[in-house]
Design a binder for this molecule. Structure first.
Ligand SMILES: NC(=O)c1ccc[n+]([C@@H]2O[C@H](COP(=O)([O-])OP(=O)(O)OC[C@H]3O[C@@H](n4cnc5c(N)ncnc54)[C@H](OP(=O)(O)O)[C@@H]3O)[C@@H](O)[C@H]2O)c1
Length: 287
């Protein structure tokens, strides 16, 4: 069974390839697609086939996908350009005769007001309209997203948030990669399935501060502020306006509950509990 993993120079793509190999998919049956041959060289040295293609380069994508049954489309990182890019990946998969595309989306993409969701919702629709078999992996947040906040709390002793009592059902990036590998290596049973992947536990920022205390071995408290205060503090710490807007909007989404749904889909796919918050933060800070 020949599979393609896009975004293979990124963290989720690389971890998914590790899990595919560990799960018994021969390296020679995997094609890793990225934008830089240099950054794919490590995988090539292990016998993984590699191909260089940008998500907007239809011809390179089609050549990379030739002979593959399944393509894992790891959502891109260029916010605002992703629908066209993902559409070009889906079109190339179809042109190359690929059977199924697996796509990494956002929690409850079809009904959420989450700031990042619209490009995922649109991509899911492109997949449904493509005529290809598809599987959607709606990934909740990575625990690693909070590694910087925890690191900074070593000095400041606080985690600043405007998310109120909102909860985040995060899991470690590696958990999502393990689930992606199960789905990519799996067969038709995953066709047409939408998995809401999350950690087993949805935590509050007060619980994040407790976890940070355990990881750092020093007291960390949560500091709840209004959105405006949060925005001002982020600008004061050197963030640019756009990034500060984004962080505050995201905390508002969390306050509304957009990331709070802890499901069993991830642990069911991987056959074990997801990585607990403390353990996930500890590993992220070691990395
Ligand atoms: N659930 C979450 O908490 C969360 C957090 C952050 C991101 N995400 C989403 O999940 C995806 C995977 O996460 P990650 O941690 O693996 O992110 P990452 O390390 O930034 O990897 C993103 C991958 O996408 C590739 N890519 C981006 N734009 C591309 C394009 N136009 N053409 C070809 N490849 C392109 C990147 O290539 P280069 O290496 O060449 O840049 C990289 O390989 C992200 O891209 C983003 O959509 C989710």
């Amino acid at each position: 069974m020949s599979v393609v993993v896009t975004g293979a120079t990124g963290q989720l793509g690389r971890l998914t390839i590790e899990h595919l190999i560990a799960g018994g998919t021969p390296a020679g049956e995997i094609t890793a697609v990225g934008r830089s041959a240099d950054r794919l060289a490590g995988l090539a040295a292990r016998g993984v086939r590699t191909a260089v293609a940008d998500y907007s380069d239809a011809a390179a994508l089609e050549a990379a996908f030739a002979g593959a049954q399944t393509v894992l489309l790891v959502s891109g990182s260029e916010v605002g350009r992703r629908v066209a890019q993902h559409g070009s990946v889906i079109d190339a998969a179809k042109a190359a005769g690929v059977r199924r595309v697996v796509y990494t989306s956002a929690p409850h993409a079809d009904e959420t007001a989450l700031v990042l969701a619209p490009e995922h919702t649109a991509t899911e629709q492109l997949l449904r309209d493509s005529g290809l078999a598809w599987t959607v992996l709606r990934n909740n947040w990575y625990t690693e997203n909070y590694a910087d906040a925890v690191s900074a709390a070593r000095e400041s002793g606080v985690i600043l948030t405007s998310a109120g009592d909102g909860r985040v059902a995060s899991a470690s990036r590696d958990d999502y990669a393990a689930a992606a590998a199960v789905v990519v290596a799996g067969g038709e049973a995953h066709d047409g399935r939408v998995y809401e992947l999350s950690g087993d536990v949805a935590w509050t920022f007060a619980e994040l501060a407790d976890a940070a205390s355990q990881v750092l071995g020093t007291p960390v408290a949560v500091q709840q502020v209004s959105s405006d205060e949060h925005h001002a503090a982020l600008l004061g710490s050197g963030l640019d306006e756009g990034t500060a807007d984004f962080v505050v909007t995201l905390d508002g989404d969390i306050r509304r509950g957009d990331l709070a749904d802890a499901t069993s889909d991830l642990r069911d796919l991987v056959g074990r509990p997801t990585t607990p918050l403390v353990e996930g933060l500890r590993a992220a800070l070691r990395a």
